[in-house]
Design a protein around this ligand. Structure first.
Ligand code: G3P
Ligand code: MG
Length: 245
């Protein structure tokens, strides 16, 4: 079996508070070969790593990310909601994650969370930061907002994009090719073996999300996917080792 990418969803989010530096560091320790993260934009145009548009669930505060400056957001506690042991973990900036993975053989999947809040200039800003950090080869941009990915591709044809989707699509690889995307990131129930094969024949890789059940991981590997996005990178790494024995 070929090695597949083990992509830690929001970092090692089963054992650490999602989208924090400790979750990203732990993912690398647990054998992840890639990290997925969610990016929103602050009032002063900084890229911050937090899944929700609002602060309530993971940062214990009222309001929307878009309404606060980075200097305010960085003082919030993104760890306590998960466990008291993580109290004070800050909301990271994209640059902090770049600093962790730059130069390592780690794939970085940055998901643009601009489906609900239409962050003006988000695409330009992400590409600017990627270029400043020379992360062009390491980053894959994904989004449920496919128009935004097309915009990214227009600005930066050299940076890979991948389409996120929930439902089964007809010939998703043809659609991806039209949008010049190099990856499909389907919800796990939208994956079909023949489409994985057909996509790869066009040079398009398939990384389903979010696959946490070991049986589902096996199923995805049987379907020939090239990567799996999971909260449990260590479980996937062990399964892969067992299969190669
Ligand atoms: O990128 C895969 C996955 O993260 C998409 O859904 O809601 O977990 O960001 P969500
Ligand atoms: Mg995500």
């Amino acid at each position: 079996m070929n090695k597949i990418e083990i992509i830690a969803h929001r970092g090692a989010s089963a054992v650490c508070p999602e989208n924090t530096m400790i979750a990203f560091e732990r993912a690398l320790e647990l054998g992840a070969t890639g990290i997925e993260t969610d990016v929103q934009m602050s009032a002063d145009g900084r890229l911050v790593l937090i899944h929700d548009e609002t602060l309530q669930r993971t940062a214990g505060s009222e309001g929307w990310v878009k309404d606060f400056t980075y200097d305010t957001l960085r003082t919030l506690d993104a760890g306590s909601w998960f466990h008291a042991d993580f109290a004070g973990e800050p909301i990271p900036s994209l640059e902090m994650l770049f600093n962790l993975v730059q130069g390592k053989r780690i794939l970085l999947n940055v998901e643009l969370k601009n489906g609900i809040v239409p962050y003006k200039g988000m695409e330009e800003k992400i590409i600017q930061v990627i270029r400043e950090w020379n992360m062009e080869q390491q980053v894959v941009l994904s989004s449920f907002n496919h128009a935004s990915l097309v915009k990214c591709k227009r600005i930066a044809p050299d940076i890979r994009t991948a389409l996120l989707y929930m439902e089964k699509l007809y010939r998703p690889y043809d659609y991806a090719a039209k949008l010049e995307a190099s990856g499909l990131h389907p919800y796990k129930l939208a994956v079909a073996k023949e489409e994985v094969t057909a996509a790869l024949a066009q040079g398009i890789v398939t990384y389903p999300f979010t696959v946490n059940d070991p049986g589902d991981m096996e199923l995805m590997m049987d379907m020939g996917v090239q990567g799996i996005i999971t909260d449990l990178p260590d479980v996937l790494a062990s399964l892969m080792t067992a299969r190669t024995r």
